[in-house]
Structure formats: structure tokens, C-alpha cells
Design a protein around this ligand. Structure first.
Ligand SMILES: Cc1ncc(COP(=O)(O)O)c(C=O)c1O
Length: 380
């Protein structure tokens, strides 16, 4: 294998088409080079179409969408929010922005997402103690929906708002409906590594028009409609640029195509690697469709020739980017001392899991090279 002449293969690079470039160029030529303009509402409408209705608010990031969702759910200083632990730090950072504390909930084995049984036990215990959280933040990690119904049922039972962090799961479904469309709020990210991108950006989705309007107002520095600049409360500069909205709408039109490509990538990994002793893949749940945003696998070191970390190193030597599964947030120094409910499933996944390059552009030669590199690392 000639590693010198190969370009680095990234985990999940953006895929940009000629129509994306044309859309951004048209937005620039329109003169709306600002965080206002017709492309923003047009992107929101297209997103509402994707969600099957409701109200979408385009924002500068998925983190901004989470922050506003938590605030609109009434989360404030001194509150606690139950949050999935197997996720990116942004999920819990937004809780901290509200002056609240995250309490982390373990994953289940079958979805890698929040375990509804652990949540049930935790809420029951907290109800007995009179210490219910102000919200539940449910993450749909790695392009796969969590088991939403039992979690929603628990939230209804205890009267707690549910926020779905679907940053990694645009295109994922739960019982035929888009993940992110079940709770009080759904949040999405269009960061450069996501299935569709605006380079940086996010979307807040809600069924309620009033909440969408308030989110838009808070994202615009809480500026009141007045001839002067009138502000009665603190807001944020969380709006998405009109140029990026044009890119987002163009990208959204190819969402299904992107999902199919990620599935093709995943399938090629399964075909090429499933026979390696100690290797298993992130399961796909029966209740929905995963997008396979990232192709993830587990390495059982008791059966395999190499450890997860050795594999990452070997791939890096071959100019291939790979990453460990998210370090659970209850194990992150920044959230040290946070409460955690669970039995350690997320820690096991994080200790043995790896994400492989998953972008559609690797289909063919690059992916054959990755698979050959992995087999080589295993001595095959
Ligand atoms: C699970 C999760 N939540 C939130 C975010 C934050 O999104 P953004 O980067 O758009 O702020 C990300 C990643 O980017 C994420 O993976």
C-alpha cells in the first residue's frame, strides 16, 4: 500500500455539489449577505416539509438550538437536566449555559442511546426524593434514534419536558417518523461533519408556533419590534446566515441520497470485516432506520489480535482518520462530580468502540484501502 501518494481519508467530510455552489452563489448575488434574507425562511420551510409539519427555526449551530430549547423549556439556574451520557460535550454544555446541572443516564446495548429502564428507575427514585429534573435531554447518537416512546411516556407521567438532541441524526426515523419530532423540541446540527451541512449551523424544531417565534426572537438579541432598539431581556446572536441557509436547503434536497451512500459504506465494512474475530458492528434497532452517519464497530480485545487504540494508530499511519466512540460525559473531567445513573454500558462501548471513515466519497477505491488496512492491522 502506498501511503505517500494518498490523500488523507477523513472521518466524515462535507460533500459539496455543483448545485450547492450555485445556490450559495445565487444567494450572494441576491445581496442578502446577512443573517436575514429569503433563503432562511425557505430553508426552514423545506425543513418543516422534511419533518412533516411543525415549525423550524434556522440557527447558527446545533448547540445554539439546544441552548434555546432548554431555556424555552424553563430550565434555569439551579435546575437539573437528565441527559444521555454517550454523546458529544455540546449536549451537556448547553445545560451549563442555562446555569443548570447535567445528570447523566447510561446507554442500552441495542441502540447505544439512553436506556429507558435506567431513566425509569432514576425518575422513580427522584420522584420519591422530591427532586425531579427540569427536563430530559435525549440524544440520538451516531445517526440512530433512541427508543423514544417509553421515554416520552415517562416524561408525560412526571410532567417533564423532553428535548431531543438529533444533531447526529437528521434522516433517522423512529416508527416511520423523523427523530427529533417527538419531544417538546428537536435540535439538529449542520456542522461540517454531519450528513448534510451548512459548514456550521443548526435547526430548532417545535410543534408550537409560539415557541418557534420566541426562539427566533431570543436568537435575534431579544430585539422587540420597535422603531428604536428596544430590549426587555437578554438575547443571543444565534441566527443563521442567509448564505448558509441557501446551502442548507440545497443539501437537504439530497438527504436521502446521502443516507443511501452511508448505508452503502456501512455494508461494505460489514462485508469486508464481519469475519474478523472480535469485531462486531453497532446494531440497527428494529423500531427505526439509522442513517449510519458514522460506521461504528466494537473490538472485543479478548478475541482480537489488536486493541481498539492500536487499530486507530495503525489507521493513522496509513493516513486514515478514525475515532474512539464518545467518551461518556460522566467520565469527562469538565463534568466531574455529576450524578450518573446506569451500570456502565456506555463506558464499555466507549472503551471498545471505533468510528471509521463514513463519507459517501470513499465508496470504491478508498474504502477498499481502508478495509485492507484494517485487515492488515489484524494480521489478515
Ligand atoms: C450529539 C451532538 N449534540 C450537539 C452537537 C452540537 O452541534 P453544533 O456543532 O452544530 O453546535 C453535536 C455536534 O456537533 C453533537 O454531535
Amino acid at each position: 500500500m502506498n501511503t505517500q501518494t494518498r490523500q488523507k481519508i477523513y472521518l466524515s467530510p462535507p460533500e459539496v455539489s455543483e448545485s450547492d455552489i450555485a445556490a450559495v452563489t445565487a444567494a450572494m448575488k441576491s445581496g442578502w449577505v446577512a443573517p436575514v434574507g429569503p433563503a432562511i425562511r425557505s430553508f426552514e420551510e423545506a425543513f418543516e416539509g422534511y419533518m412533516g409539519g411543525g415549525h423550524a427555526v434556522a440557527l447558527s449551530s446545533g448547540t445554539a438550538a439546544l441552548h434555546l430549547s432548554l431555556q424555552l423549556s424553563g430550565v434555569g439556574p439551579g435546575d437539573e437536566v437528565f441527559c444521555s451520557t454517550l454523546t458529544f460535550a455540546a449536549s451537556a454544555n448547553a445545560i451549563i449555559y442555562c446555569g443548570a446541572r447535567p445528570v447523566f443516564i447510561d446507554s442500552d446495548e441495542k441502540s447505544w442511546n439512553m436506556d429507558p429502564n435506567v431513566l425509569a428507575d432514576a425518575l422513580q427514585k427522584r420522584a420519591r426524593e422530591g427532586r425531579l429534573p427540569a427536563a430530559v435531554e435525549l440524544v440520538h447518537a451516531y445517526g440512530q434514534s433512541a427508543d423514544i416512546d417509553p421515554i416520552l411516556e415517562l416524561c408525560h407521567k412526571y410532567g417533564i419536558p423532553l428535548i431531543e438532541d438529533a444533531a447526529e441524526a437528521i434522516g433517522a426515523t423512529y416508527k416511520g417518523k423523523a427523530a427529533g419530532g417527538f419531544g417538546n423540541f428537536g435540535t439538529f446540527s449542520f456542522n461540517g461533519n454531519k450528513l448534510i451541512t451548512t459548514s456550521g449551523g443548526g435547526m430548532l424544531w417545535t410543534e408550537h408556533k409560539d415557541d418557534a417565534e420566541r426562539a427566533r426572537y431570543l436568537a435575534t438579541q431579544a430585539r422587540l419590534p420597535d422603531r428604536g432598539h428596544l430590549h426587555e431581556e437578554t438575547g443571543y446572536n444565534y441566527r443563521l446566515s442567509n448564505l448558509l441557509a441557501a446551502l442548507g436547503e440545497s443539501q437537504l434536497s439530497r438527504l436521502q441520497e446521502r443516507i443511501e451512500m452511508r448505508h452503502e459504506v456501512f455494508k461494505a465494512y460489514v462485508d469486508g470485516l464481519a469475519d474478523i474475530p472480535g469485531v462486531s458492528f453497532m446494531p440497527e434497532v428494529e423500531y427505526g432506520q439509522s442513517t449510519r452517519w458514522l460506521s461504528c464497530l466494537l473490538i472485543d480485545e479478548t478475541q482480537s489480535a489488536v486493541t481498539r487504540n492500536q487499530l486507530i494508530d495503525r489507521l493513522q499511519e496509513n493516513n486514515i482518520e478514525s475515532r474512539p466512540i464518545w467518551r461518556p460525559l460522566h467520565k469527562q473531567p469538565v463534568f466531574d462530580g455529576s450524578e450518573f445513573y446506569g451500570s456502565g454500558v456506555s463506558e464499555r462501548l466507549a472503551g471498545h468502540g471505533i468510528s471509521l471513515p463514513s463519507g459517501g466519497e470513499i465508496i470504491g477505491d478508498d474504502q477498499s484501502y481502508i478495509i485492507a488496512s484494517i485487515c492488515n492491522a489484524f494480521g489478515l
